[in-house]
Design a protein around this ligand. Structure first.
Ligand code: SF4
Length: 238
């Protein structure tokens, strides 16, 4: 039986539910999904602030819920260090990475291909190797122009449910949750970043768009790496 959520106007939920109601809604979504998918329910943890919230919420539902991290050779040293700390704290987080050779400066000449090789491929690998039937993400519909059309429960790939349990949270509520629950975050936020990615493709900006510092100066500016838009249940080759 699929996970069913009453269709509701997301904009209304974003603006009318208060912080505590949003937390309850998110916990309820994860809890229902865990009952349905059990060990097939896995959190995608990007080590960003939104993932830290989702990971904490999932652990409140059950400490047994597993997670995966996709990392790349281009992640900042602070993110790599934070990843080590998180995996030491939570060994149920599995790391996936693609070390295949890529053309020099591919992130400048063809960032879509670079993301496809370094991020989408290892995500496909995680889905397959961890036998994931439902993955949980930290997507939020207020993050930027590319994130307004998602739903709390989606099935973009047949047989793979995607749960976006904090889709309706504001950025402020993310920080509210992290502060109130004492959840550790990547130290890069202290420097002024609002959205974190690979070092060459992430900048600090004063753009009102939260993801405005991602792939700045390219056609991909403020866009997506592909894990939320590309098929994930396909044959992968590493
Ligand atoms: S974010 Fe940049 S460096 Fe990282 S995989 Fe994508 S294009 Fe490559």
């Amino acid at each position: 039986m699929p996970l069913v959520v009453e269709p509701q106007d997301l904009k209304v939920l974003v603006n009318e539910l208060n912080f505590a109601e949003k937390v309850e809604r998110s916990l309820d979504l994860i809890s229902k999904a865990y009952k349905l998918y059990g060990d097939g329910l896995v959190v995608a943890n990007s080590l960003g602030k939104d993932s830290c919230v989702v990971w904490d919420l999932a652990k409140r539902v059950s400490p047994d819920i597993r997670g995966f991290i996709v990392t790349t050779r281009f992640k900042p040293k602070e993110t790599k260090e934070f990843m080590k700390e998180e995996v030491a704290r939570c060994p149920e987080l599995q790391i996936f990475k693609n070390d295949e050779e890529i053309p020099d400066k591919l992130h400048e000449t063809d960032p879509d291909r670079c993301c496809d090789i370094l991020k989408v491929k290892p995500t496909r690998q995680a889905v397959k190797e961890m036998n994931i039937t439902c993955w949980i993400t930290g997507l939020r519909c207020t993050e930027g122009r590319t994130r307004t059309d998602f739903k709390e429960v989606e099935e973009r790939d047949k047989g793979l449910i995607k749960l976006n349990p904090i889709l309706i949270w504001h950025e402020r509520e993310i920080w509210q949750y992290l502060a109130l629950h004492g959840v550790p975050v990547n130290p890069l936020y202290k420097k002024g970043y609002r959205s974190l990615g690979c070092e060459p493709c992430t900048q600090i900006t004063s753009d009102p768009d939260e993801r405005g510092g991602r792939w700045l100066g390219t056609s991909k500016c403020g866009g997506e790496c592909g894990i939320h838009t590309r098929p994930l249940k396909v044959n992968y080759q590493i």
